[in-house]
Design a protein around this ligand. Structure first.
Ligand SMILES: NC(=O)c1ccc[n+]([C@@H]2O[C@H](COP(=O)([O-])OP(=O)(O)OC[C@H]3O[C@@H](n4cnc5c(N)ncnc54)[C@H](OP(=O)(O)O)[C@@H]3O)[C@@H](O)[C@H]2O)c1
Length: 244
């Protein structure tokens, strides 16, 4: 049976490392890799099929889904890595206090971290709604945990990922009604040395700052050990379930 994987955000720090780890596994015949600019996808592997996708645009989402559907009927691994925490060009910074809230920044962060991934899954339709084993994993973050939140701040990032986790739970329930072999999870990659975390690495213990390759290796092990009983959960790089 042909096995197909789809990695959204394959030109990002973690996304690129995950694509390489997935290719090394030799488990997939097709590896669809999306980026907003497909020239940034640097793999020459013949299994890689680049797909242009901007999760903030409905037309881009439907075009990308139709493009993938022209190759395959079913996906077996779907990983979505899109995430935004700050963007200097937009004047977007993680908020330290309530007074820093700004509608435009909230909308941008929710659009990339929460709305986009789940509009993407909706557009994938029957490619993820089937009865074969399938794993759908969305990159979340430990800071999305309400139970674990002792510092506050980072309002839009935290809240967008918490809302993302709720949609993960909902999708897990929906798919499990027709496919007991579907596993839908959020993943926390640890603190990883990428563009996203660069401005916030000062206080991080060097032993706890992973390279993208290190984190992708941990996440790959987690993905391979997941069971349908874990569907709906958010799992960290070390395999531990994160408190909602
Ligand atoms: N790094 C960490 O310490 C850390 C910790 C916890 C959670 N995470 C999560 O891990 C995930 C990956 O982050 P990273 O560390 O690899 O950061 P990164 O290198 O900045 O990658 C961010 C990714 O988001 C994509 N993206 C941004 N806006 C998008 C849009 N409008 N449409 C489609 N894709 C968009 C980027 O795609 P382009 O290549 O097209 O720009 C890129 O692939 C994120 O969800 C992040 O929240 C990271």
């Amino acid at each position: 049976m042909t096995q197909s994987a789809l990695i959204q955000g394959g030109a990002g720090g973690l996304g690129r490392a995950l694509v390489n780890r997935i290719l090394q596994s030799n488990q997939f015949d097709h590896v669809f890799v999306t980026a907003r600019d497909i020239r940034k996808i640097d793999s020459n592997d013949p299994r890689v099929i680049p797909v242009e996708l901007d999760l903030r645009t409905d037309q881009s989402i439907s075009d990308a889904a139709a493009f993938i559907a022209s190759y395959i009927d079913k996906l077996h691994l779907v990983v979505t890595t899109a995430g935004i925490l700050q963007d200097e060009s937009l004047g977007l910074k993680p908020e330290k206090k309530l007074a820093d809230l700004n509608r435009s920044n909230l909308e941008t962060v929710f659009s990339v971290n929460c709305f986009g991934p789940f509009l993407w899954y909706a557009a994938l339709g029957r490619m993820i709604r089937h009865c074969d084993p399938i794993t759908v994993a969305t990159l979340s973050a430990r800071v999305a945990s309400i139970g674990d939140n002792r510092l506050g701040g980072w309002h839009s990032y935290r809240a967008s990922k918490t809302a993302q986790n709720m949609l993960t739970k909902n999708l897990s329930l929906e798919l499990s009604r027709t496919n007991p072999n579907a596993v839908v999870v959020g993943l926390h990659p640890g603190t990883v040395d990428t563009d996203l975390s660069k401005p916030f690495q000062a206080g991080v213990d060097p032993d706890r700052l992973f390279t993208p390759e290190q984190s992708a290796g941990y996440l790959w092990d987690v993905l391979n050990r997941l069971t349908p009983e874990q569907t709906g959960q958010v799992i960290a790089w070390d395999g531990q379930t994160i408190t909602p």
